[in-house]
Design a protein around this ligand. Structure first.
Ligand code: PEP
Length: 251
C-alpha cells in the first residue's frame, strides 16, 4: 500500500516565531489525523532548526523547500543537503514551479539536486506540472512526461523508494482554481504509467503521487478519493493549522 501524504509548503511566508507557533499547532492538531497519513511541513531555511525541535519525536516530518545543486564550497547563499540533514530534515521539495519559473531551475540542475539529496539520505518531493498555455494547447501530458523522464529516468527503482512526485498544474497554484478531480486523476494515472514504463508496475504502484494547486479542506475529499491521488502538496492552506489538518482529515 502506498503512503498517503499531506505536505505543507510554507514558501517565503512567516517569521521564525510565527513558524514555530504554526509548527506547534500542526503537531497538536495533527494528533487527530489517522496514523497512516504522513504529515510533512516544508519551511523556509531559517525556520528549519527551531522547527526541528518542535517536531522532534512527533509524527510530523520536516522538509526543506529546495537545496543546492553542489555539495559544498564557494556558492554564496546556497544551502547544502548536509546542512539540511544536520538540522533534522527528512525531505526536500525539488523542482517547484516557482523555482523553475523565477530562479531558472532546469531539469539538468534537478538531476544534480536529486542525486545529492538521495545520497545524503533525504527523501525528495519532485514537482512536475504544466502551465496554462501548455494545458490549453493540450500539451500537459507531454510536459509532465518530459519532466519525469528528464529527471527521474536518471535514477533507479531503488532510488524511487525515496521519491514522492507532486503533480502541480501551474495554473492552479495560488490562483484559487483547482484542477477537477477528473483532470487530476487523469494525469496522475498518466504519471504513474510513465513511472511504470521505466521502473516497472510494482515501483509505480508504490510511489506516492500528490496533487497540488489550491487544495483546501472543501475540495480535498473529492481529490483524495481518486485512485491515483495519494495526498496533497499544500501551499496557502498550509499556513493555517486547522485548514492544513482539515485537508489531512479528508482521506
Ligand atoms: C504549492 O505551491 O505547492 C501549492 C500547491 O500552492 P497552493 O496550495 O497555494 O495553490
Amino acid at each position: 500500500m502506498r503512503k498517503h501524504i499531506v505536505a505543507g509548503n510554507w514558501k517565503m511566508n512567516t517569521t521564525v516565531p510565527e513558524g514555530i507557533a504554526l509548527a506547534k499547532a500542526v503537531v497538536e492538531e495533527g494528533a487527530q489525523v489517522p496514523a497512516d497519513v504522513e504529515l510533512i511541513i516544508a519551511t523556509p531555511y531559517p525556520h528549519l532548526y527551531p522547527v526541528a525541535e518542535v517536531v522532534k519525536g512527533t509524527r510530523v516530518a520536516l522538509s526543506a523547500e529546495n537545496c543546492a545543486d553542489k555539495e559544498k564550497g564557494a556558492y554564496t547563499g546556497e544551502v547544502s543537503v548536509s546542512m539540511l540533514t544536520s538540522v533534522g530534515c527528512q525531505y526536500t521539495i525539488l523542482g517547484h514551479s516557482e523555482r523553475r519559473q523565477y530562479y531558472g531551475e532546469t531539469d539538468e540542475k534537478l538531476v544534480e539536486k536529486v542525486k545529492l539529496a538521495l545520497a545524503a539520505g533525504l527523501k525528495v518531493i519532485l514537482c512536475v506540472g504544466e502551465n496554462l498555455e501548455e494545458r490549453e494547447a493540450g500539451k500537459h501530458f507531454d510536459v509532465c512526461a518530459a519532466q519525469i523522464k528528464n529527471v527521474l529516468y536518471n535514477f533507479t527503482a531503488e532510488d524511487m523508494k525515496n521519491v514522492v512526485v507532486a503533480y502541480e498544474p501551474v495554473w492552479a497554484i495560488g490562483t484559487g482554481k483547482t484542477a477537477t478531480a477528473e483532470q487530476a486523476q487523469e494525469i496522475h494515472a498518466f504519471i504513474r504509467k510513465t513511472l511504470a514504463d521505466k521502473f516497472g508496475a510494482a515501483v509505480a504502484e508504490e510511489t506516492s503521487i500528490l496533487y497540488g494547486g489550491s487544495c483546501k479542506p472543501s475540495n480535498a475529499k473529492e481529490l483524495f478519493a481518486q485512485k491515483d491521488i495519494d495526498g496533497g502538496l499544500i501551499g496557502g492552506a498550509a499556513l493555517k493549522a486547522p485548514d492544513f489538518i482539515g485537508i489531512a482529515l479528508s482521506f
